[in-house]
Design a protein around this ligand. Sequence first.
Ligand code: F6P
Length: 521
Amino acid sequence: MKDTPAWRALTAHRDALARQRIEALWRQDPRRGDDFTFPCGGIAVDFSKQKITRETLKLLMDLARARGVPHAIERLFAGERVNASEKRPALHMALRGDEHVSVDGTDVMPEIERNRDRIRVFTNAVRAGQWKGATGLKITHVVAIGIGGSVLGPQLAIEALHDRANGPEVRFIANIDPADFDDAVTGLKPASTLVVVASKTFTTQETMVNAAAARNWISAALGPDAVSKHFIGATANAGEAVKWGLPDCNVFPFHDWVGGRYSLWSSVGIPIALAIGMQGFDELLAGAHAVDLEFRSCPLERNVPVLLGLVGLWNRNALGIPSHAVLGYASRLASLPAYLQQLEMESNGKRVDAEGRPVGVETCPVIWGGTETPGQHAFHQWLHQGTDIASCDFIVSAKPMGNEIDHHRILLANALAQSEALMAGVETKEPWRVCPGDRMSTTFVLPQLDPRHLGALLAIYEHKVFVQATIWGINPFDQFGVELGKTIAGRILPALHGAEADLHPATRHLLGVLQKLGAPH
Ligand code: F6P
């Protein structure tokens, strides 16, 4: 990226612009609110509090073109093998659309539609009480087991759409910490509980150990034959799920070209459809699909995922901002930062490009965030007066998410106040009261927090990640960095059973400390 004339033009522009405050840009250009707010999937995205001008956007567009973003978008949607290291396409968009697309010469849409129909029939049957547990009881609770992309999306969606959740209550188990299992099943009756095991590989240690514990829990109460009435699997490895003991018809497959962190649109989303109904799940897909169509067809200048990616890259690489906070002004979006952490940091937390060469610039910033307004009484102090700067995304819903309209007015006033305060700051004689301001943010205004707009919001972020990856030259669809720790854990585990193990001295030392303090051995 650094060797393109477009990037050199951007750095020269940055040197001129860096001395100007965002406030000053507003004074010079009072129309920037309208001009820098763009619609996408029904969401209004306001970039006017970013340190950008029309010239910045023009130069960023030049960079996007120089780095082949339009062509990369076409390759993505055409089902080409954009995941080069794993030699796969990344076609999660097909799960929420109806456009025909071929992989290895086969149109994948008929199979996607068959899979979607199976999810519809199954989730309708469970919700209607036609699918019964082994003793004939209706399913009232679902325990969804998975980790990473196999749980973060469903958890976020079910929390965000809580007002639509009229099906069985869904609880999640992700952590191998035994407390997670115990807490999730506390108070549940095996006879009216359905367990959804979601794992792309069906081999992930945490998920499979938790799934085995759930199988013991069900079998101990209802006998081993009850598994077929109380377990289903969502996986790209149907063979492994059958080996594990699931009947074929309890396995809901998805394709291996659906990445884990892009899998909520597949059968991994079954807990969502169980909780809110298939109609709501369809609306979630439709919201994301609307964004796909815009991402694929809008000119770069009005293309929100492209703009979001470019503005993020501008903050990261031109202005040197190392962290990015996601501030959801919606208590039901409490899981959004965790979801985006996986989406952005597992995709673009990389130091070499797709050819293995150093990227040469900083890549994904630290993604973090919170639920507002509680975060205002915690870490916003750091945002306003800390020595580091974070760029922020504010997520707000125009319509209230509860019955007390006045609460919502206060919520909105706070959202608007925080982005203004971060930008404008305040000068006073007392240094401890000074807020330097000039902190940049983007505001997403959803008409309401419903399935359609949640789907749109998540798809906007997915495509943002792709745009940034394209410019950095990264393959965002693999995650080899997570393997090393898994391998070392495999070496350490025998030592926790008392066996001899070849351990690093630092690990042996800590193991000793743990065992002195009561760890099992
Ligand atoms: O640890 C990395 C990862 O592979 C994620 O990318 C994935 O979402 C998660 O583990 C779970 O994997 P699986 O769905 O195969 O259980």
